[in-house]
Design a protein around this ligand. Structure first.
Ligand code: ZN
Ligand code: ZN
Length: 476
């Protein structure tokens, strides 16, 4: 009897709650089918549930495994991105990603934070019309319900909007086996940036005396947090050729010997990332080959894996035509695992069970003691060049500094190394290739270049690519 009475009173409270919602429909809901009162009241436009691109099933990868696609580097209004985090998460859902790590500068998306949209980072920047500011708030209001959005007026009558912490908005988007959000942070100083994927607590940036020491200190702090909390997390080094000021870009020598470093961005979608090199700067792939060779053959250190990421900051359509926005959708990784969980992502990354891409999709990838074989998922009217790249034993290990006009070494530039390093060992045209280890390779990796231009390039005329992770052949 008591049980029944309790049940009734709970039932009445629920009915009361529903009545109060129906008695005060928001102005926004009038005439809007997504706010039809016969449907559960949702805080957002859920149209993307019907979109053919949202929440795709992953491609099978054999043995009950799947290929999961995601971006590990993104910004929102929690730091210098130009949109609310829900708008950013929605973009990635709508574009068919399986996961997204949100990595704002020196902050994790926890606690209380309010923003004045008129004072957001991109407001009133020279040459840019209507960026940030109220346009951002209007877009937020178009996509999310009035009751979902939290606003307040300060004592000076200034409108502020609350930024939702990750744990408050993730439930709007996540579906098991279809999409997950991952907590991250971009540990940021003037010259060095590192991401910490699946971080649990904020990791304050630590300055060392040299770039090598700074990178090492911050990486050690992430691994220390991992040990202390028991939560798998990985650091990676971001965009070594950034920023524009060459004095602050990193050289291969700055980070090749960092013991705990296992991941770096070989491609970053920011227009200032100089992925393919720039004035005096070598490409990030060349840097990768130099570092792999030195680590594996001389320094007795582990493999450095290469990531492709967006580093997106700008999601609006308000940029002038000649401005290459720091836009989403440029670079990602695809990992192979049974599961879509942060732990599976980290473990797959650490096992090298992933590739980096700017548009090329694989349907088969197998490495064994004999070699590497791969098959591309072809697109119509597209040609593919597959290159296997590596360094053979017996290479010339010498290097020379780049000199200025007076003959002084330029310490801000990576030294010049032999062409023995990072040779193209074999090339194939088509959608399938197999490389047999010859027995004298220190490592072998693969690069696929598509004949298709990137639809959203970080520099003009960029071709779509994929980077297969380096493999160390068994000792002969
Ligand atoms: Zn950065
Ligand atoms: Zn960034």
């Amino acid at each position: 009897m008591l049980h029944k009475m309790l049940y009734c009173s709970v039932f009445l409270i629920v009915l009361g709650g529903l009545d109060s919602v129906q008695a005060h429909p928001s102005d926004q809901s009038k005439g809007d089918p997504s706010h039809d009162n016969s449907q559960p009241h949702l805080p957002m436009d859920y149209d993307f549930h019907d979109s053919s691109r949202a929440y795709p099933a992953p491609l099978p990868a054999g043995d009950g495994h799947f290929w999961w696609k995601g971006n590990l580097h993104t910004h929102t209004l929690w730091s210098d991105g130009d949109q609310f985090p829900e708008v950013v998460a929605k973009w990635y859902v709508e574009h068919g990603y399986h996961f997204l790590a949100i990595s704002d500068h020196n902050i994790i998306q926890e606690g209380e934070k309010w923003v004045n949209p008129k004072k957001s980072y991109y407001t009133n920047r020279p040459g840019i019309q209507n960026a940030g500011g109220m346009a951002v708030y209007e877009r937020y209001q178009k996509q999310f319900d009035k009751q979902w959005i939290e606003t307040r007026l300060t004592s000076n009558n200034v409108l502020e909007i609350r930024l939702k912490p990750l744990n408050e908005f993730r439930h709007l988007f996540e579906i098991p086996g279809r999409f997950m959000l991952v907590q991250s942070e971009e540990l940021t100083s003037a010259g060095i940036h590192l991401n910490a994927t699946n971080i649990k607590e904020l990791s304050p940036f630590q300055e060392g005396k040299t770039p090598e020491q700074t990178i090492s200190l911050n990486i050690d702090a992430i691994y220390e947090q991992r040990k202390r909390t028991g939560r798998p997390m990985v650091p990676h080094l971001n965009h070594p050729n950034f920023p524009t000021s060459i004095q602050h870009a990193l050289t291969a020598e700055d980070f090749m010997a960092v013991e705990n470093l296992a991941f770096f961005e070989v491609y970053n979608g920011h227009p200032d990332a100089y992925n393919f090199g720039g004035p005096d700067r070598i490409s990030l792939e060349r840097m990768w080959d130099i570092i792999l060779t030195k680590r594996l053959a001389e320094l007795n250190l582990g493999i450095l894996f290469g990531l492709a990421v967006d580093d997106a900051h700008q999601y609006g359509n308000y940029w002038p035509e000649d401005h290459i926005a720091i836009a989403p959708g440029r670079g990602w990784i695809v990992y192979r695992s049974r599961y879509l969980t942060p732990e599976s992502l980290i473990h797959a990354m650490e096992a090298g069970e992933f590739y980096a891409s700017t548009g090329v999709t694989l349907q088969h990838l197998k490495t064994s003691n004999g070699g590497i074989e791969l098959e591309i998922k072809p697109e119509e009217n597209t040609k593919y060049t597959i290159e296997f790249i590596g360094t053979r034993r017996g290479y010339d290990p010498s290097s020379e500094p780049i000199l200025d006009a007076e003959g002084n070494p330029r310490a801000e530039l990576t030294k010049r190394y032999s062409d023995d390093i990072g040779q193209v060992l074999a090339t194939a045209q088509g959608t399938r290739a197999r490389y047999e280890f010859q027995g004298d390779e220190i490592y072998v990796r693969a690069r696929i270049t598509s004949s298709n231009l990137h639809p959203n390039p970080y520099i003009p005329n960029e071709r779509q690519k994929a980077w297969i992770q380096p493999v160390v052949p068994p000792a002969p």
